[in-house]
Design a protein around this ligand. Structure first.
Ligand SMILES: NC(=O)c1ccc[n+]([C@@H]2O[C@H](COP(=O)([O-])OP(=O)(O)OC[C@H]3O[C@@H](n4cnc5c(N)ncnc54)[C@H](OP(=O)(O)O)[C@@H]3O)[C@@H](O)[C@H]2O)c1
Length: 320
């Protein structure tokens, strides 16, 4: 195997899981201020399969494309000017988003400050499961909503990748957390810090949640979750619409009720990942990995993700 090539999953045309092709491609070279990282594990996110299908961030990509944004690995080489990382450092990141990052590959290059040192207490598979989901939760709860102790927060789709981390971060910030998920996930979500759980398949959250200050909506227009959330949000409270932004129907209903709304699109943030690594190592946040797939099984991993039933996260193994 040439040291100038690497194993990667490429997409030559947008389509179903069958367009995911495992092969060899050229290895990237770090520019000044960038690091070259040997990826040990790559996290899988809904934006990956949406982009693969020609939706999500597909409009920002050029084919053939290497999918994937979440990585955990070891710094192999640093470009000119990098002073905070060195070869051998274990790092994790969600580099470049929403531009292509090429995460489903043995090597990535990206600006050094988009990386953070991996939490020491977890392995690469768990660390790779964190960045996109945890940064979304962090940027929604901390940067956008400015959650304070004593506030009440409703997290929709709490059992998923973003949701289970949002529950823990909200709880860590001192909020009271209401979580929607199917009943078999309730005991686990309570362990993670949910004060109240609602089985959205059997109960209407409008009847169960009580009044909340902030909604972290990970369902959007599905079952009109976004518009129905207005009824449980106090006047002046905030609904953060994570998938697809604020719909016109939500904007209208929220405006009429004096409820604020905000979209969020996750951004790379190495400094936040450093803070989050501290929370992970302190035991305040733990990431749930439902399954680690071999790179060759990437299509199966996407099929599992697309069922919309994942508990926590799915990960690809790229260990040497
Ligand atoms: N704007 C951004 O920057 C950004 C960032 C990250 C994610 N997103 C988007 O946010 C959404 C969630 O992402 P994710 O990674 O958390 O997804 P995910 O891990 O695939 O979510 C799966 C979870 O959704 C739950 N679920 C399905 N239908 C539900 C419903 N009607 N009500 C409540 N829960 C339901 C399932 O729980 P049960 O099995 O209990 O039903 C499952 O655990 C996706 O659309 C994603 O594209 C946007």
């Amino acid at each position: 195997m040439s040291e100038h090539t690497m194993r990667a999953v490429t997409v030559g045309e947008f389509g179903g899981p069958e367009v995911l092709t495992v092969g060899r491609v050229a290895r990237p070279v770090p520019l000044p201020t960038e690091v070259l990282v040997r990826v040990h594990a790559a996290g899988i996110n809904p934006v990956d399969w949406k982009t693969r299908a020609g939706q999500g961030m597909a409009g920002l990509q050029t084919l053939p494309l290497i999918l994937g944004w979440d990585v955990s690995g070891v710094v192999e080489e640093v470009g000119f000017g990098v002073t905070t990382l060195a070869p051998g450092d274990e790092v994790y990141a969600m580099p470049w988003f929403p531009r292509p990052a090429g995460g489903y590959a043995e090597y990535v290059t990206a600006p050094s400050r988009q990386f953070a040192r991996k939490p020491a207490s977890i392995g690469h598979a768990e660390a790779a499961a964190l960045p996109l989901a945890v940064l979304t939760a962090w940027q929604a709860l901390v940067d956008t909503a400015g959650i304070r102790a004593g506030q009440r927060v409703l997290v929709h789709a709490a059992a998923g990748g973003v949701g289970h981390l949002a529950v823990q971060i909200a709880r860590h910030l001192g909020a009271e957390v209401v979580a929607t998920a199917q009943e078999p996930r309730h005991a686990w979500l309570k362990e993670l810090g949910a004060d109240r759980t609602v089985d959205y398949t059997r109960q209407r959250f409008e009847d169960e949640a009580g009044e909340v200050d902030v909604v972290i909506d990970l369902m959007g227009g599905t079952d009109a979750t976004d518009v129905r959330s207005v009824a449980v949000t106090r006047p002046g409270g905030l609904i953060v619409s994570v998938p697809g932004g604020v719909s016109p129907a939500l904007a209208e209903a929220a405006g009429a009720a004096g409820v604020r709304t905000s979209p969020v699109l996750v951004e790379p943030d190495g400094a936040a990942l450093t803070t989050i690594a501290g929370l992970v190592d302190a035991g305040a946040v733990r990431v749930e990995v439902e399954r680690v797939f071999a790179l060759e099984d990437v299509a199966e991993a996407h099929r599992r993700g697309e069922t919309n039933r994942t508990r926590g996260k799915l990960v690809l193994d790229l260990a040497p």
